[in-house]
Design a protein around this ligand. Structure first.
Ligand code: ATP
Ligand code: MG
Length: 298
C-alpha cells in the first residue's frame, strides 16, 4: 500500500495534570493526509487540536509516536511547513511587505532583492493587499488585513504542508467569507496540502476535502474522517444547494453535539484510526420510462 504524504502514527500526548499526576490529551492517534489534500479538523475546545498541529509543525514533541512527511520523520520546525496561527504572529516592527519578504528571503537566500520583493508583492496582491497598505506595520492594519499578511507569507513560501490554526477565528463574518474565498482560489491554483483547525462547521464543509472529527478529551480520539462529497469549485452560496450539504452538516452537528461527548474519555487499546464516513444522497431512481413517441399520423 502506498504511504500517505503525511503520516501520523500512534501519537500520544500527556501533560502533568498539576496535581502530581498525568493527563492524557490523546493516545495512539493515527491518520494520514494525502498530497494536495485540504483537511480540516473539528473538535471542542481543549480536545488537543493545537497540540496535534504544533507536533505536525515540529514546534513541540509528542510524548510518543511519529509524524512522517514525504517519508521523513518530522523533528523540529522547517520551511517545508508553513504555519498560520490564530494570533497572526507577524513581526510588529516590520511593514506588511517586509514581513513577507523576510520569510521569502529566508527560503530563497540566492534570490536578488528585487525578485524577493516582486514575489512577495504578488502574494500580497493575491489576498487583496497592495498599494499603501503593504507599507504599514501590523499595528496600523485591521485584524483581517493582518490575517491576509500571514496567509500571504505562508503561501509565498510554497511550503509542502500548510498548517492553519483557526486562521479566521478573530475575523468578522464578512471578512471571513472574503478570505475563505481567497484561500480557496490560491489553494486551487497550487495544489498545496493544507491541514486546518476550525470551530466553524460551514467553513470546514466549504474548504475541506475531508473533515477529521475529534472527540472530547481527555483521551480524545480522531474518531471519524468525513469525506466532503460536494464537487469543486465551491462557493458559499452554491454549496448549500447541493443535496449532500445538509446531510453532511447534520452529521457534523450531531457528532459535535452528542457523539463527541459519548465517545469521550474512553481509553484506547491499540492504534486509533478514524472511521471513514462518506455521505451521499442516494442516486435518484430512474425516471418513469417515457411513453414511446407516436407517429404524427397515428
Ligand atoms: N504545555 C501544556 N501543559 C499542560 N497542559 C497543556 C499544555 N498545552 C496544552 N495543554 C492541555 O492540553 C489540552 C489540549 O490543548 P489544545 O491547545 O491542543 O486544545 P485545542 O483543541 O486546540 O483547544 P482550542 O479549540 O480551545 O484551541 C488542554 O486540556 C490543555 O489544557
Ligand atoms: Mg487550539
Amino acid at each position: 500500500m502506498t504511504q500517505p504524504f503525511l503520516k501520523i502514527e500512534n501519537l500520544t500526548q500527556r501533560y502533568p495534570d498539576g496535581q502530581g499526576g498525568e493527563m492524557t490529551v490523546f493516545e495512539n492517534a493515527s491518520f494520514g493526509v494525502e498530497k494536495g489534500e485540504f483537511v480540516c479538523i473539528l473538535g471542542h475546545s481543549g480536545c488537543g487540536k493545537s497540540t496535534i498541529m504544533n507536533i505536525l509543525a515540529g514546534l513541540s514533541e509528542p510524548t510518543s509516536g511519529v509524524v512522517k512527511m514525504d517519508g521523513f520523520e518530522v523533528s523540529g520546525p522547517s520551511l517545508d511547513r508553513g504555519v498560520v496561527f490564530q494570533n497572526y504572529s507577524l513581526m510588529p516592527w516590520l511593514s506588511a511587505l517586509r514581513n513577507v519578504t523576510f520569510a521569502v528571503a529566508a527560503r530563497h537566500p540566492d534570490w536578488p532583492k528585487a525578485k524577493v520583493v516582486e514575489h512577495s508583492k504578488q502574494y500580497l496582491s493575491m489576498v487583496g493587499l497592495d498599494g499603501d497598505a503593504i507599507r504599514r506595520k501590523p499595528s496600523q492594519l485591521s485584524g483581517g488585513m493582518r490575517q491576509r499578511v500571514s496567509i500571504a507569507r505562508a503561501f509565498a513560501n510554497h511550503p509542502k504542508l500548510l498548517l492553519l490554526d483557526e486562521p479566521f477565528g478573530a475575523l468578522d463574518a464578512l471578512t471571513r467569507g472574503t478570505i475563505q474565498d481567497e484561500l480557496l482560489k490560491i489553494w486551487g491554483g497550487t495544489e498545496q496540502t493544507v491541514f486546518m483547525i476550525t470551530h466553524d462547521i460551514d467553513e470546514a464543509i466549504l474548504l475541506a476535502d475531508r473533515i477529521l472529527l475529534m472527540t472530547n478529551g481527555p483521551y480524545a480520539r480522531v474518531a471519524e474522517s468525513v469525506e466532503i462529497t460536494i464537487p469543486r469549485p465551491r462557493n458559499r452560496t452554491s454549496i448549500i444547494e447541493h443535496p449532500n450539504y445538509y446531510k453532511i452538516r447534520n452529521h457534523l452537528v450531531h457528532f459535535l453535539g452528542i457523539r463527541s461527548k459519548e465517545l469521550a474519555g474512553k481509553q484506547a487499546d491499540g492504534p486509533q484510526a478514524p472511521q471513514t464516513v462518506r455521505i451521499e444522497e442516494p442516486a435518484q431512481p430512474n425516471p418513469e420510462p417515457r411513453a414511446p413517441l407516436r407517429a404524427v399520423n397515428e
